[in-house]
Design a protein around this ligand. Structure first.
Ligand SMILES: [Fe+2]
Length: 246
């Protein structure tokens, strides 16, 4: 997750420690809970990505195996990183078709929500989307756009807000109903329920408003935006560029 401005750049040394049985079990809890709910909660491209990458299992998959399936689909790869890093590192990786993955697992009591981007968030929540060519190309372009603004904090902040309310916490209308689009929600058992419960305020997709909308990273999102379609996000890129450049 891009946590306000926080992801990591520095890769782990070769051969990070193996995950423990407890960590695999926590991952398994998420997959087992979410599997029967996905068709009702998630945008279909998420499930399609999980299947394309052979990730729908109850133990943490090997990143090498995921990357071996991901590369021929879109040219993207996941890379383990040490901890939180800033927007520069995150967007630089995106521009290089690389997604950073925290090499740790949330506590088992934090299945509903974790403010820290762990492997459940980064690998289970984000990476399946990168099996989709259009999504992957959009994110690469997003990283390239953000790189232009590394020395312009307010413009970079607009891009962070937009990323947050679309790719991390967006909802989307689909022919079968409203679904979760954002990886930050997708990786949270509790927030998948909450986001679609009618409790949070859900506003129509609006580039300018999203670019000005502050957010908190330490709680479930009380205000969300809903895309009319996934394609509408991609189609908004030129408008985003204009709003950010102002
Ligand atoms: Fe994220």
């Amino acid at each position: 997750m891009l946590q306000s401005v926080a992801v990591t750049t520095s890769s782990l040394p070769p051969g990070p420690r193996p995950f423990s049985a407890e960590e695999h079990a926590t991952w398994g809890d998420v997959v087992r809970t979410q599997r029967p709910r996905r068709s009702q909660q998630l945008v279909p491209m998420f499930e399609a990505g999980l299947r394309a990458l052979d990730m729908d299992h109850e133990t943490i998959p090997s990143l090498a195996a995921v990357n071996a399936r991901l590369a021929p689909l879109t040219g993207w790869q996941g890379v383990f990183v040490k901890g939180l890093e800033d927007a520069r590192g995150f967007y630089t990786l995106l521009a290089e078709k690389t997604f950073p993955i925290g090499h740790f697992v949330r506590d088992r009591e934090d299945l509903d929500y974790t403010p820290e981007p762990d492997i459940v968030h980064d690998l289970y929540g984000h990476v399946p989307f990168y099996a989709d060519r259009t999504y992957a190309e959009y994110c690469e372009a997003y990283g390239r756009l953000a790189r232009r603004y590394f020395t312009e904090p307010e413009r970079l902040r607009r891009l962070e807000r937009y990323f947050w309310f679309t790719l991390e916490f967006g909802l989307v209308e689909t022919p079968v109903g409203r679904r979760v689009f954002g990886a930050g929600i997708a990786s949270s058992v509790g927030e998948c329920v909450y986001a679609l419960s009618g409790e949070p305020e859900v506003l129509p997709f609006d580039v300018e408003r999203i670019c000005a909308q502050e957010f908190r990273i330490d709680q479930m999102q009380k205000r969300l935006f809903v895309l009319p379609s996934v394609e509408a996000l991609y189609a908004s890129f030129d408008e985003l560029k204009r709003v950010v450049a102002r």
